[in-house]
Design a protein around this ligand. Structure first.
Ligand SMILES: Cc1ncc(COP(=O)(O)O)c(C=O)c1O
Length: 387
């Protein structure tokens, strides 16, 4: 039998999606794979019904339906203030997942290096490896998950082609400050590297923290490649709509990668999502309030458990330090919790390059009643301390 490609041997299947399967088998509350258990806003659902009856059932233009790209440009400008030309600065993709793959393949030649912070969203290393690049990992130090500037500068000395910045960050819940992003951009400028940002949680940021759009920082235009998505902002992870935003010379190349990877995102969904992108500011304020309330319920429960954690500044994830529970590894702890407690999280080690087994990541994009039930189940952990 012919051997499959060796580049696939260095990474495993998604641990997150594996935990989801385990949660289903044990009928556990799934706080592992981060997607909401509620749908898009009503006006968007109505727009979808209209779109399905319309003439949008064949391929859209490969880099995105014009109305959708125009709405994207309006929305990006509304929040970051940056001018966006829908023809020259955007490629519509199947979610941020494809956007990241497109960005990586557009930026990197085989053999290039890419800086990835650790812990990291598990796709980044796979994206780098699939595009022939090699990740250089730079630690984000617990408990606050901050990088050390000297360590980052040393990684840049190795001549990377790009750095990946996830902001707000999955899995840590950190929101990088404007100063940190400016520092990263300055290093990238000095070493002539691309900055690939992944920002699907741009609108899930808890006060007083604020989201900084890296593409709008001075000096960003020629090197920042923004990957983003409608998945989390409009609770539509199944619609698979995202985009790459960058300078025209980058987008010209990215269009080709996207065309040969997927041809395009679903045409009727792009049509309906114009309504989502044009929702008023009130929608975004409500979204922040909604997730702030969920965060407060969930971290209130964690405080009662007296397990250490870093309060999320953005996104809807929290890394909980479970070392005091006495399990040999985080994976054993996570599997035990699914079976015995009925709550699924993700073993933190799947996000780290380093052998770090202290954490389990939970997400709280669940209805409040579900979060309260999860809290009540997790309260049993008080009895297992120091097993
Ligand atoms: C940081 C990050 N990037 C990308 C994605 C994937 O997003 P999409 O649904 O747009 O492909 C996720 C989903 O959880 C994520 O957390």
């Amino acid at each position: 039998m012919p051997a499959t490609a060796t580049r696939l041997h260095s990474f495993t299947e998604s641990v997150i999606r594996g935990m989801t399967r385990l949660a289903l088998r044990h009928n556990a509350i799934n706080l592992s794979q981060g997607f909401p258990d509620f749908g898009p806003p009503e006006p968007v659902l109505q727009a979808l019904e209209r779109a399905l009856r319309g003439p949008h059932h064949q391929y859209a233009i490969t880099w995105g339906a014009p109305r959708f790209r125009e709405a994207l440009a309006r929305k990006i400008h509304r929040f970051s203030g940056a001018p966006v030309d829908p023809e020259q600065n955007l490629v519509v993709t199947c979610g941020s997942t494809e956007a990241m793959m497109v960005a990586m393949m557009t930026a990197c030649n085989p053999g290039d290096r890419v800086i990835v912070f650790s812990p990291f969203y598990e796709n980044y290393a796979a994206d780098a490896i699939l595009s022939g690049a090699e990740p250089i990992y730079v630690p984000l130090h617990a408990p606050e998950f901050r990088y050390d500037l000297q360590e980052l500068a040393r990684a840049f000395e190795q001549g990377p082609k790009a750095i990946v910045v996830c902001n707000p960050s999955n899995p840590t819940g950190r929101v990088f400050s404007r100063e940190e992003l400016t520092e990263i951009l300055a290093l990238a400028e000095h070493h002539d590297a691309f900055v690939i940002t992944d920002e699907p949680y741009e609108h899930i940021v808890y006060g007083p923290h604020r989201h900084t759009y890296m593409h709008a920082l001075p000096g960003a235009a020629d090197r920042v490649i923004t990957c983003n998505s409608l998945s989390k902002t409009f609770s539509m992870t199944g619609w698979r709509l995202g985009y790459v935003q960058a300078a025209p010379r980058i987008i010209d190349q990215a269009k080709k990668v996207h065309d040969f990877l997927t041809v395009g995102a679903a045409a009727p969904l792009q049509e309906a999502a114009v309504t989502a992108l044009d929702l008023p500011m009130e929608y975004y304020r409500d979204l922040t309030d909604l997730y702030t309330a969920k965060r407060d319920v969930f971290i209130g429960c964690l405080r009662e458990l007296r397990l250490p954690f870093q309060e999320p500044e953005g996104a809807y994830f929290v890394m909980v330090d479970i070392s005091s529970l006495g399990f040999p590894t985080d994976t054993e702890a996570a599997e035990w919790m699914v079976r015995e407690i009925g709550v699924a999280g993700v073993p933190g080690s799947s996000f780290f390059r380093e052998p770090e087994h202290r954490f389990i990541r939970f997400h709280f994009a669940r209805q409040e009643v579900t979060l309260r039930e999860a809290a009540s189940r997790l309260s049993r952990l008080r009895d297992v301390r120091g097993r």
